[in-house]
Design a protein around this ligand. Structure first.
Ligand SMILES: Nc1nc2c(ncn2[C@@H]2O[C@H](COP(=O)(O)OP(=O)(O)OP(=O)(O)O)[C@@H](O)[C@H]2O)c(=O)[nH]1
Ligand SMILES: [Mg+2]
Length: 451
């Protein structure tokens, strides 16, 4: 994806090393930002609005104590770019309902079939049983293409070679795959060329949608459409409300920035982006990560992190951390923490906000290793617990039926539930340890002797 918003990293480097006065460096950076966005096919009006907002903020905002205006400016740029690409919110990619039926739609060659396989692979890796339905009866070879891909992924497949009725195939496919225990069913539909073809395609899409009533209609868009992507998304959306959007081929075009921003403008949700031809080249679209990457990981990420953490309501966090230390851990607190952690990083960071703790804290390496998917699963597990279980998680381990109920309710496995309980116990132990160290520290502070 190096081509998208190219030049921004360098522009930022120049900004940092510039010896010109602040106002002038800002001016220079904004010029390059505009050039870079327009090269990525972001709508010119959007670019002008964005740059005047950045400039205004850069001149008016007063950074908090200890932060230079130069650094603060980077935070402003970061925030405005995130807003341009859809805001802070992150897509929910793990469905709550099983089986969950997704129907992929899009014009010819947009990447539907490839994306269907990528999604199957993505969800399979997350321990879900996935099935693909070959409902493209239009393009010769579509059946074989999807069948082959499903073998590669190792997921269920439903197709009827030679059958011409996509509605019938979809209905029978969903039924059959559901009976085989699929958690996620993905319907690959046909594409058509050009404007006339599009009307036909939309008709077919409506028919399938009407008959199958999928849980989510997913529009697949080619990033090289640039800002034109939103027009197509709008036309499709008029026919059948689009639940989410996947932008493909982000790797192959400079225009992806235009596609992303144009789609974000319409308020539609971009769920995934495709970043290559291989089946593992797909990722949930997270504007924040995306922008950090664009601005240069190593160079500015640390800075942005640091500045971003200034935004957090420190007092609230401090209170929570103190509460954990005083009352000990329960699931509700852990839940609160985990949600916060998704925003700001590992638990150790939160705990470091407790005065006097930072130096004594063990490195929370374990937690840092936990991926976001696991976090998502754990959050839904905690969501499925009863009030009693939240207060006394020990109950879950004692009664296997509780564990099963929670696993089913949260769409996870009993292994996941067990894993969370182990993590919970570990955190609890760590807190106890910290508490002990804290009282030792207090003694020291008071000038007491330890031994
Ligand atoms: N570089 C790159 N190529 C992609 C990506 N996604 C799909 N492609 C390629 O785009 C081409 C078309 O992909 P398909 O998945 O067949 O597209 P489709 O929408 O199913 O096409 P029709 O069924 O004909 O409508 C293939 O050559 C894919 O390898 C991507 O994220 N990056
Ligand atoms: Mg196809």
């Amino acid at each position: 994806m190096s081509t998208i918003f190219s030049g921004l990293k360098d522009a930022l480097k120049r900004y940092f090393s510039s010896t010109s006065p602040y106002e002038q460096s800002v001016e220079e950076f904004i010029k390059e930002l505009q050039r870079s966005l327009i090269r990525s096919d972001v709508n010119v009006k959007l670019v002008l609005e964005l740059s005047s907002r950045i400039k205004k903020r850069a001149l008016e905002e007063k950074p908090p104590q200890g932060v230079s205006r130069r650094d603060w400016f980077v935070k402003i740029v970061y925030e405005e770019l995130v807003a341009l690409l859809g805001g802070e919110e992150e897509p929910e990619v793990i469905p709550k309902k099983r089986p969950y039926v997704m129907m992929l739609v899009g014009v010819q060659g947009s990447g539907k079939t490839t994306t269907a396989a990528k999604l199957a692979n993505y969800y399979k890796k997350r321990k879900m049983k996935v099935g693909l339905v070959a409902a493209d009866t239009y393009r010769p070879g579509a059946y074989a293409q999807l069948k082959q891909l499903s073998e590669k992924v190792g997921c269920l497949f439903y197709g009827e070679e030679g059958e011409k009725d996509p509605v019938g195939i979809s209905l029978r496919g969903v039924k059959s795959l559901a009976e085989q225990g699929a958690d996620i069913i993905i319907i690959d539909t046909a594409g058509r060329h050009g404007y006339g073809g599009e009307a036909e395609l939309i008709e077919e899409m409506k028919e399938i949608e009407h008959a199958v009533k999928p849980d989510e209609v997913v529009m697949v868009l080619d990033a090289s459409l640039g800002q034109k992507a939103s027009e197509i998304a709008k036309r499709f959306n008029e026919a059948t409300p689009i639940g989410s959007i996947i932008v493909t081929k982000m790797d192959g075009t400079a225009k992806g920035g235009g596609a992303l921003s144009a789609v974000a403008m319409t308020g539609a949700k971009i769920k995934f982006i495709g970043t290559g031809e291989r089946i593992d080249e797909i990722e949930p679209f997270r504007p924040k990560n995306f922008v950090s990457r664009i601005l240069g990981f190593g160079d500015v990420e640390g800075l942005i992190e640091r500045l971003r953490s200034l935004d957090l309501e420190e007092e609230d966090l401090q209170k929570q951390a103190e509460e954990m230390l005083q009352k000990g851990l329960n699931m509700k607190l852990l839940y609160k923490q985990m949600r916060q952690l998704r925003k700001m990083g590992p638990l150790s960071k939160v705990l470091k906000m407790v005065p006097g703790l930072s130096m004594t804290l063990p490195d929370d390496k374990e937690l840092e290793k936990i991926g976001e998917d696991k976090f998502d699963r754990w959050l839904s597990i905690i969501n499925s617990m009863t009030y009693e279980e939240l207060e006394k998680p020990e109950l879950i381990e004692k009664e296997k039926s509780r564990m099963r109920r929670i696993a089913i309710g949260s769409g996870t496995s009993t292994e996941d539930v067990k894993e969370l309980l182990v993590y919970y116990e570990g955190t609890k132990r760590m807190l106890k340890q910290i508490k002990r160290r804290k009282s030792v520290l207090k003694k020291l502070e008071k000038g007491g002797e330890l031994f």
